[in-house]
Design a protein around this ligand. Structure first.
Ligand code: SF4
Length: 477
């Protein structure tokens, strides 16, 4: 999972791109990168947070009225700097690209690119596959100047060859700015604009809240298979390329996106309250009577408030959080994740002691955080602990860019709800039901593969095993 931003306007864009990236830091902390274009590409990227990578950037030497920014949470490839984005190629045209998502048929494409186009990848980052496939298609045209149709045909070829989830942004040197989505529209991408004294500036980003900070007006979400090209006169061209059934990642609403982001006309905070209220209906069926509802800060607050409202039980903040520790879910390996959880949360004694507590979290994946939280609450004197997951049981790995890791680490793949309760030490575990979740999104087709195992792109057992092995070989498990 990553955060991307691209701006094409009439002033230097580097400062605005960096500001935008800081609003998406939660989408990835492994690396950050920036490219701008004026006569040539200017590229800066490195491992770490936005602030650390761009601390000494000289804006005067980083000119360009169009540019791209990226924050990375690596789900494929390494966490090394060489795999940071953006990436740039200079043949057959100057091209720079960033993407958010995950390519599934990585090895097949890699071999194909070498065999058919003699292109070797120097990185294990999957954006290189998308960029090289795009560049190879342009190369086949053998042109000096591209038409919009040439560009869109090349994107459509990418959509036909590249299996997976991808929202991508591309600068085509001296020609324009391109954005496109995969055929299922799995990852978010929004388009916006603002007017300055010099005319209109367009931008694309993973989260609409970035536009709020930068003063852009959101125009719309890109649709599955859609491509948008903005030429040098700022004229917008669009085409719907290869389209399959929409499968928007529901985990963007559950966990990944900021609460102030709007995706497909739904505010994330409102969605989480709605899920909390739905959970209340499931919870009522258990006959459990909690004294208070608490949340695992910060992403579970809105679920907890919806659950509290639905159950008519008071919500309290029962866990204090050290705000200076990163998100444990996107920390690259188990050892680091456990360390982060230990330093992150502390129970608020008078609120917790002697009470029956329903503690709400967005999900239970590996159970590391859940187990630690239950232990903390027990030590603080909680009478009973009901662990509530706002998402249904996660039983399958995500192959589209969210690091749920490998099957052996996923609790609900191996264990029943009762066994999970026992493992994490809770009196009961209550999950959102998958049927309810699908019912809630009956008007927005979602991907629910991590719950159901139904991967929208289709994926063979052999390919799943290959992805699993790739993951085990990486340094992220
Ligand atoms: S498998 Fe789950 S996390 Fe991955 S894209 Fe689908 S809904 Fe999102």
């Amino acid at each position: 999972m990553c955060g991307i931003i691209g701006i094409t306007g009439n002033n230097n864009v580097s400062a605005e791109l960096i500001s935008g990236l800081t609003t998406m830091q939660h989408r990835g902390q492994d690396s950050a990168g920036l490219v701008t274009f004026k006569d040539k590409f200017r590229l800066k990227k490195g491992g770490g947070s936005v602030n650390s990578v761009f601390k000494h950037l000289d804006f005067n030497n980083f000119e360009g009225h169009c540019g791209l920014g990226h924050v990375r949470y690596s789900t494929i490839g390494s966490t090394d700097e060489v795999d940071a984005q953006p990436i740039v190629v200079n043949y057959p045209f100057g091209l720079a690209m960033v993407h958010n998502g995950n390519v599934v048929n990585f090895n097949k494409l890699r071999k194909q690119l070498y065999k058919e186009h003699h292109r070797l990848l120097e990185t294990s980052n999957d954006v290189a596959l998308i960029l090289y496939t795009f560049a190879s298609q342009l190369e086949l045209k053998n042109l000096k100047k591209l038409s919009v149709d040439d560009i869109f045909d090349a994107v459509e070829a990418v959509q036909n060859k590249v299996l997976g989830a991808y929202s991508a942004l591309t600068i085509i040197a001296n020609q324009g700015f391109l954005a496109f989505a995969d055929p299922h529209g799995i990852r978010p991408l929004v388009m916006g604009r603002k007017y300055t004294g010099k005319g209109v500036t367009y931008a694309f980003t993973s989260e609409s809240s970035t536009f709020d900070y930068l003063g852009f007006e959101k125009m719309r979400d890109l649709q599955p298979g859609e491509m948008v090209f903005i030429d040098q006169n700022k004229k917008i061209h669009t085409r719907i390329g290869k389209v399959k059934k929409q499968a928007f990642c529901v985990f963007e609403y559950i966990y990944f996106s900021r609460e102030d982001t709007v995706i497909h006309d739904r505010l994330v905070a409102t969605e989480r309250v709605r899920m909390g209220k739905q959970l209340a209906e499931t919870f009522k069926k258990t006959g459990l009577k909690p004294d208070i509802i608490i949340d695992v800060p910060n992403s579970a607050y809105f679920f907890a408030s919806g659950l509290a409202e639905g159950l008519e039980v008071p919500y309290r903040r029962g866990l204090a959080k050290n705000q200076h520790i990163g998100r444990s879910f996107i920390t690259p390996n188990q050892e680091l994740r456990e360390k982060v959880v230990k330093q992150k949360l502390n129970p608020i004694l008078d609120i917790v002691k002697g009470r029956k507590i329903a503690v709400v979290d967005d999900s239970i994946v590996r159970g590391t955080t859940s187990k630690r939280i239950v232990t903390l609450l027990r030590k603080a004197g909680a009478a009973e602990i009901y662990f509530v997951s706002a998402s249904p049981p996660i039983k399958h790995p995500c192959i589209y860019g969210i690091d749920m890791s490998v099957k052996k680490e996923i609790l609900a793949y191996h264990y029943s709800v009762e066994e999970i309760a026992k493992y994490i030490g809770a009196d009961e575990v209550v999950y959102q039901s998958l049927e309810d979740l699908n019912e809630m999104y009956s008007d927005l087709p979602i991907c629910d593969a991590c719950f159901s195992g139904n991967y929208p792109t289709g994926v063979s057992k052999e390919l799943l095993e290959e992805i699993e092995q790739e993951k085990l070989n990486s340094n992220r498990v």
